[in-house]
Design a binder for this molecule. Structure first.
Ligand SMILES: NC(=O)c1ccc[n+]([C@@H]2O[C@H](COP(=O)([O-])OP(=O)(O)OC[C@H]3O[C@@H](n4cnc5c(N)ncnc54)[C@H](OP(=O)(O)O)[C@@H]3O)[C@@H](O)[C@H]2O)c1
Length: 319
């Protein structure tokens, strides 16, 4: 089968499009013919092994997986003898942030792990683009006790995490102010936000509304900048470590303050997949998809995604 392969950490120039044997499945696995993946910021982290601690999960001195790829959507082509939940022909998708070896024609997945059926009327593209960013958005939002009508500001609403966060919050009837760039104003408004700032032309930090939660989904702001926007008991979460890695120690320093900083460690990608299936089924989620690459253009794909400028999700077409 065709697969992207690499044997060392570093840039996408190390990746080779190769012919390797198709995986053979165990009794508790299914084989999936992969149709579409995404190239996302988690793939970039694993490719470059940055930040360094990621190596504890992906291989200390070199990648433990020959084939990259953290997500997939496709069709089940073989089912292990012990598997009851899936049959040949099922449309399925999955995401796992430590890697699934999915940038290949076929991927073998344990049936009780990172696989679920794609809801009816949802495309392979929509399903796979509802994985990575949404998983992190869910894991940051669920750290705050939010009720319908509460106010949240999402900074970096054009990213995979930000665009997912906005929709997940709107599905819960939260009042959302989004901060995005000029070119994507219309796309972010269409996600149902209540208010929107163009960070390139407007000073969102001077907003007079007070928020229950300020979510820096792109990690380019800081608690100091966002603190004046918080209600008395509001919380701040960033997807990045912040200036001087401050988001690692601010949770301790603000522990007994009324305004808190939280720095969550995301976990349980399967739980996130099931939440996203539910939202997709109810038509409450439509992933932002910007563009798509083929396996041959993998260097361009990684270079673009690593630039930090994509809008929502970037797809990798496999077959
Ligand atoms: N903590 C975790 O567990 C975790 C997990 C995954 C990812 N991350 C990190 O979270 C961050 C966001 O990830 P992502 O996948 O959502 O990113 P992404 O899809 O690459 O999107 C970044 C978006 O932010 C916009 N942006 C860039 N600079 C901005 C600024 N100063 N103000 C407002 N918007 C800006 C970009 O558009 P323009 O530049 O064109 O405006 C782009 O649309 C990344 O740094 C990633 O490494 C953290």
């Amino acid at each position: 089968m065709k697969a992207l392969t690499r044997t060392q950490y570093g840039g996408p120039e190390n990746i080779i499009l190769a012919e390797i044997p198709k995986p053979t499945i165990k009794s508790d696995e299914v084989l999936v013919n992969v149709k579409v993946c995404t190239i996302n910021r988690t793939d970039c982290g694993i490719l470059w092994a940055k930040p360094f601690p990621i190596r504890l999960f992906t291989g200390l001195t070199k990648p433990k997986h020959l084939v990259p790829g953290t997500d997939y959507s496709g069709i089940v082509t073989e089912v292990g003898s012990a598997v009851k939940e899936y049959t040949v022909g099922d449309r399925v998708w999955g995401f796992y942030d430590e890697g699934l070896q999915s940038h290949a024609d076929y991927v073998a997945i344990k049936a009780n792990t990172y696989i679920t059926k794609i809801p009816e009327n949802i495309s392979f593209e929509e399903a796979v683009a509802s994985g990575e960013g949404a998983h992190y958005a869910i894991n940051f939002i669920n750290k705050i006790d939010l009720q319908a009508g509460d106010k949240v500001l999402v900074y970096g609403a054009t990213g995979a995490i930000g665009s997912a966060a906005v929709q997940i919050l709107k599905a819960r009837d939260i009042f959302v102010t989004a901060v995005a760039n000029t070119q994507n104003m219309a796309k972010i408004k269409a996600l149902g936000v209540d208010r929107i700032y163009d960070y390139l032309t407007q000073d969102w930090t001077g907003d007079e509304l007070k928020y229950d939660f300020v979510f820096d989904a792109v990690g380019k702001s800081s608690f100091g900048i966002c603190k004046p926007l918080l209600k008395k008991e509001g919380a701040y979460i960033s997807s990045e470590l912040g200036p001087g890695n401050q988001n690692l120690y601010l949770p301790l320093l603000t522990r007994f303050s009324s305004q808190k900083v939280i720095f969550p460690i995301p976990k349980d990608t399967k739980a996130s997949m099931l939440i996203m299936n539910d939202l997709l089924r109810k038509n409450q989620y439509k992933p932002l998809i910007e563009r798509s690459y083929s396996l041959e253009d993998i260097v361009d794909a990684y270079t673009y995604v690593q630039s930090g400028q994509k809008t929502g999700n970037v797809l990798l077409k496999i077959s």
